[in-house]
Design a protein around this ligand. Sequence first.
Ligand SMILES: *Cc1c(COP(=O)(O)O)cnc(C)c1O
Length: 474
Amino acid sequence: MPLRRPGHTGRGSRDLEVNPIFSREPLRVPRYAMPDGEMEPETAYQLVHDELMLDGNARLNLATFVTTWAEPQARRLMAECAEKNMIDKDEYPQTAELEIRCVDMLARLWHAEDPHRAVGCSTAGSSEAAMLGGLALKRRWRHRRQAEGRPAGRPNLVMGVNVQICWEKFADYFDVEPRYVPMEGDRYHLSPETAVELCDENTIGVVAILGSTYDGSYEPIADIAAALDDLRARTGLDVPIHVDGASGAMIAPFLDPDLHWDFRVPRVASINTSGHKFGLVMPGVGWVLWRDSEALPDDLVFHVNYLGGDMPTFALNFSRPGAQVVAQYYNFLRLGFDGYRRVQQTCRDVATRLSGEIARLGRFELVTDGGQAPVFAFRVREGIDNFTVFDVSAALRERGWLVPAYTFPKNRTDLAVLRVVVRNGFSNDLADLLLQDLRRVLPRLSDQDRPRHTAEDAGGFAHGAGAVRSRHHG
Ligand SMILES: *Cc1c(COP(=O)(O)O)cnc(C)c1O
């Protein structure tokens, strides 16, 4: 659903003018209305192609978590599968089989007790995966409440205020009260004590994030689980955890094998990840897995027969491209465990080196250093008040770099940061070029008598960071 942006009214007669390329007749086509007739495919192609040249250079986009580079072989497979619909499992049984294999591989990667008992599926991305994970929590809670003969009308979900916007959407769209733990001092994500404090008999679950969108930090999932175990022992309340591992669930297994955040923690009921982030697939594919079929209530799963066979489905979409799932399988096969480990380690190395160099510039303080998810946030040093992170972001943009600047949510709305996401393809070389440009603009910024850009005119970066949320919740 392409929502129109403000000021993008679509009215007026600003037609697209097409030069007489290929010695054809000059052409005018309406910009916002469907043309009356046909045009040559080459002309249409050139028109669309040329207009898209104005999109930024994805490799210089340090705002996005999403994969912007793929091997030619992965691209070729995706092109070969462009027409395959993931839902047509009867027509494309091998694509369906590859999806199952990916789920099995992820179940092992995330240490499911018995990988064959784990259930899961691909999704359009982590957002859809979060909706499904949240719905399963909600339904389980409702069954439990009904079995106890108690009211099931006021479910709530506990999470840090640093959650990605998909969890706000889940709460809003599916009538679950969101209970956000605010930031406090230099605690920028959920803590065990604060999570437990907000739990009651109506809590369907706690969302814990591996790789906070705001600063890349891992939330202490094992400790949150231990605190919830303690809550259970004290009060009988049994609150499951869903891990939002959009980025971290594809990093920690390779780089932090001893960190217990996954199905090794008995309280973790389900986990999602974005195949198109550190799963290294082009957008869009995500994954969600439940530890076993008890964690995914059967009455959420629909069975359809109109494509042939009997097909269980738990998804928000019906039709969805199969190409990304095929590409995910290709990546798993092509890189193997060690390949993923090396790619993610390189990202972490580049991130920590770059954050260290930035700290050494003397004008910034690191909020995180990229040593968890290869994502770090940094602020302008305390005491510097003649330029802001928004000035830095704007100055870097002059050279094509997209480095988003944003303020943290409550209670740290006073804190404004820049964030860099290091992805596969962002080499030490590119990091050096970024540093060079940062060094080049700093003297100019330091000579300013006052800030030129503030949070209000920091628009243009709408990449997952909650700071660009346009809706305000309480
Ligand atoms: C990116 C992200 C999401 C949303 O994922 P999509 O795959 O873009 O839908 C959710 N949670 C976290 C922590 C994220 O980083």
